[in-house]
Design a protein around this ligand. Structure first.
Ligand SMILES: Nc1ncnc2c1ncn2[C@@H]1O[C@H](COP(=O)(O)OP(=O)(O)OP(=O)(O)O)[C@@H](O)[C@H]1O
Length: 750
């Protein structure tokens, strides 16, 4: 975290405030550049890359893009930098991990004008020349641009979307096309040379012609090798870049889908359908590009074929055309079989995912035979579908084979016949050889085009599958727009009603209560009474409720969703820890947090003591599925992760329910420290852990049955009393306050 004393530095960083860590200066620079375009960024929304101490350009660009802007990283030389004359603030990355804002260029004087990202708006920029800048500048810049068209972020995933993705790589496409065209032209020469060898060298025993032809062959082969290498290399880069583009876009879209969607859909199914997009990518850069490039060969070779022999050229075209017709006729049937195969494969991968995800339950309940049966069934469907599709393909290939053989062999015979019989055709042995060498090249693009249309069926179904997930309404708008008020934590529900999509009964009906800032609210009630639903509404997971839900007087739906979720610390019953160190898990990619913050959060969560006992302390590695730590330790780490950003609102939904009594006691004891200065909403089945809450809200069938302190509820709420007695006096004895025992109360509650 060391930061050079920039006040002593005469360059552009001179103004940078020594109180800020370099990475914060970098974030602030991007934040100011974005503000110039009316994009409001929040440093807390920035998600750094694991293992990167300073914000990287891709992570910064993603931050801007997630908030509705667009950003592009570039590596520039000084002379290129001074050409960026009329662009708004440009972020220059510095070697120490900080950054500067370039607000102007004076090419005549050879200086750029820099400002310190933290300086006030009226601070004058500093002029920095090439020499001074080069001492600190990495050469990287980030260009931030204004409001990315939100429509393009929400654009449907279909052929137009894919075309836009592919055309995004225009330059590489152009290079591949040029290389292919030259290769196509070069392809004419070998047959020409063969023609010359046979007609001139062999027939006339001309050694000198052979020598010159050998030289020519050598030179051309060299160029062909070079060009083919270049084309392969460019195609490789093109494919990889396209893969990256598509991956990023698809993943962004997937993350923007609301949680409700993932809860409804089977995870394996979602993965299978989204992965279908790669079939499409494969098609675009494989078959489609290949056939497109082959077409150049066709354009170049065709006239040459007609020049060699019109009759043979016509016969070749007719045969290739017939192949195309056969394929087109078979296409609908093949298409249907292909879709069936795609669907069967997706269902099988869904079953595989489900088995791996639920392996613990499968093993514990000895469900292996059942899962095996499901797998066998799905595999059988895949096998049948692939066999059917394969057989159909085989039939088509066999049907076109005679035509294919005709092009490759029959043409030689007809050519030979023409050469022997016709005095006018003028076809010589060399020309016939050349023709047969080139004839195959004409057939393959024509056949390829027909197959292409055939493949389109498969691609269309794959794209439709991916689209059925990715084209659902996202929460992007809510995530990137809305207010970001300072949060104190006062909650108010008034007449809130909510029904889950597809459910017949409402989960919440006319819920009205309020929670003053900085107090603790306990939520109790029988299973299914709506407790978790209340916490979901608070986190903005479900937003289709009626009535009003206000946070500090502001309607929750007006608050930026990302900001709201970041401002809320949430601990659930089963918290997922990522593979990585304890420190990484607690920081969870939030910028600007130090080890001291991690230690403070761990202390608050009661986790410090057990972490320190671990061999590597905060650098202890957590395995996948947190198998190397206990349930209680995992919960405490989850609490530390939730409190590290000091949220003013915390939600604990059955956070201690799965813990043993000792771990629960430790966590509960810490809750009191934790609660200081924050609003806490605690859902718990164990009423004893809620006694200290300022208010306890008793839910019953989606209604608020009562709300009050523990003592008030014990005195007046039958449901609460029943639950309390069941947990604390299960023998049905009087609770010692002269209140009735459980048997009596149950009658009451009914
Ligand atoms: N994703 C969902 N889709 C449809 N209905 C749901 C969904 N989640 C919950 N419900 C229904 O909404 C009602 C309230 O559920 P909720 O999870 O809020 O209850 P709860 O009081 O938290 O229960 P528990 O104590 O068992 O966690 C229940 O009837 C439940 O069946």
């Amino acid at each position: 975290m060391g930061h050079p004393d920039q006040s002593a530095d005469p360059d552009g960083r001179a103004q940078a405030d020594t109180r800020h860590a370099p990475e914060l200066i970098r974030l602030q620079a991007v934040l100011r550049a974005a503000r110039f375009h009316g994009i409001d960024l929040d440093v807390h929304d920035f998600a750094g890359e694991a293992g990167q101490p300073v914000p990287t350009i891709p992570a910064l660009a993603r931050w801007v893009e997630e908030n509705g802007g667009s950003a592009q990283g570039m590596r520039l030389q000084w002379r290129e930098l001074v050409r960026l004359r009329d662009v708004p603030p440009v972020v220059l990355m510095f070697t120490d991990g900080s950054a500067g804002l370039m607000v102007g260029v004076d090419a005549a004087r050879g200086v750029v004008w820099l400002v310190d990202p933290f300086a006030s708006a009226d601070t004058s920029p500093v002029a920095v020349d090439e020499l001074r800048l080069e001492g600190v500048w990495t050469g990287d810049v980030l260009l931030v641009r204004g409001g990315q068209d939100s429509a393009s972020r929400e654009e449907a995933v279909n052929f137009t979307w894919l075309r836009r993705m592919v055309l995004g790589e225009r330059q590489l496409l152009r290079d591949v096309v040029i290389a292919s065209m030259v290769i196509s032209v070069l392809a004419i020469f070998p047959p020409l040379i063969v023609m010359q060898v046979i007609d001139r060298v062999v027939n006339f025993h001309s050694m000198s012609t052979l020598v010159s032809l050998t030289g020519l062959v050598g030179v051309m082969s060299f160029y062909e090798i070079l060009l083919t290498y270049a084309r392969r290399e460019i195609t490789l880069v093109l494919t990889t870049r396209l893969d990256t583009r598509i991956s990023l876009a698809v993943f962004d879209r997937l993350l923007a889908l609301p949680l409700e969607f993932f809860e409804r859909e089977q995870a394996g199914n979602v993965i299978g359908r989204v992965s279908a997009i790669y079939k499409v990518r494969q098609f675009m850069t494989g078959r489609l590009l290949g056939t497109f490039l082959d077409l150049f060969t066709l354009v170049v070779v065709m006239p040459f074929l007609f020049w060699l022999s019109t009759t043979l050229a016509c016969l070749t075209v007719v045969a290739a055309g017939l192949i195309g017709v056969v394929i087109l006729l078979a296409m609908p049937a093949v298409g249907r079989l292909m879709s069936r195969q795609v669907r069967a494969e997706m269902e099988r991968s869904g079953a595989l995912y489900e088995t791996v995800a639920g392996i613990r339950t499968i093993k514990t309940l000895a469900l292996e035979p059942v899962r095996r049966e499901v797998w066998d069934e799905k595999t059988a469907s895949v096998v049948t579908a692939s066999l059917d599709a394969g057989r159909m393909g085989n039939c088509v290939a066999t049907a076109v084979m005679p035509l294919d053989l005709f092009i490759n062999r029959g043409i030689i015979l007809i050519g030979a016949y023409l050469a022997i019989t016709s005095t006018t055709s003028g076809m010589e042995a060399g020309a016939l050889m050349a023709f047969t060498m080139l004839g195959g090249r004409v057939a393959s693009p024509l056949v390829g085009m027909a197959r292409l249309i055939d493949d389109l069926n498969e691609v269309r179904s794959a794209l439709a599958e991916a689209g059925s997930v990715l084209n659902r309404p996202t929460e992007t708008r809510a995530l990137t727009t809305g207010l970001r008020p300072p949060i104190h934590g006062a909650l108010a529900f008034s007449d809130v009603c909510f029904t889950y999509p597809g459910a017949s009964a409402p989960a919440l009906s006319d819920v009205t209560f309020s929670v003053p800032a900085g107090t603790m609210l306990g939520l109790v009630g029988r299973s299914g009474s709506g407790k978790s639903t209340i916490t979901r509404l608070l986190q903005g997971v479900s937003r289709s409720y009626t009535g009003h839900l206000r946070l500090d007087g502001i309607d929750l739906r007006e608050i930026n969703l990302t900001y709201l979720r970041r401002s809320c610390g949430v601990v659930l019953q089963d918290n997922f820890l990522f593979r990585g160190t304890i420190r990484d898990n607690i920081i969870a990619g939030r910028p600007g947090l130090t080890l001291e913050d991690v230690v403070r959060a761990a202390r608050l969560a009661g986790a410090e003591e057990f972490i320190e006992r671990m061999p590597a302390g905060f650098d202890t590695w957590i395995e996948e599925g947190s198998t190397n730590i206990s349930g209680g330790q995992r919960q405490r780490l989850a609490i530390a992760r939730a409190v590290i950003s000091d949220p003013k609102l915390m939600i604990l939904d059955e956070a201690t329910s799965a813990l043993d009594p000792e771990s629960e006691a430790v966590v509960n004891a810490n809750l009191r420290h934790l609660a200081r200065g924050r609003t806490m909403v605690i859902v718990s089945h164990r009423l004893a852990s809620l006694v200290a809450c300022h208010q306890i809200c008793v839910m019953d069938h989606g209604h608020v049955a009562d709300i009050g302190t523990h003592d008030e509820l014990l005195a007046r709420c039958a449901i609460y009393r029943t639950l309390w007695m069941q947990q604390n006096h299960p023998d049905g004895l009087n609770d010692g306050n002269g209140r009735p025992g459980v048997a009596h109360v149950q009658g009451d509650a009914a």
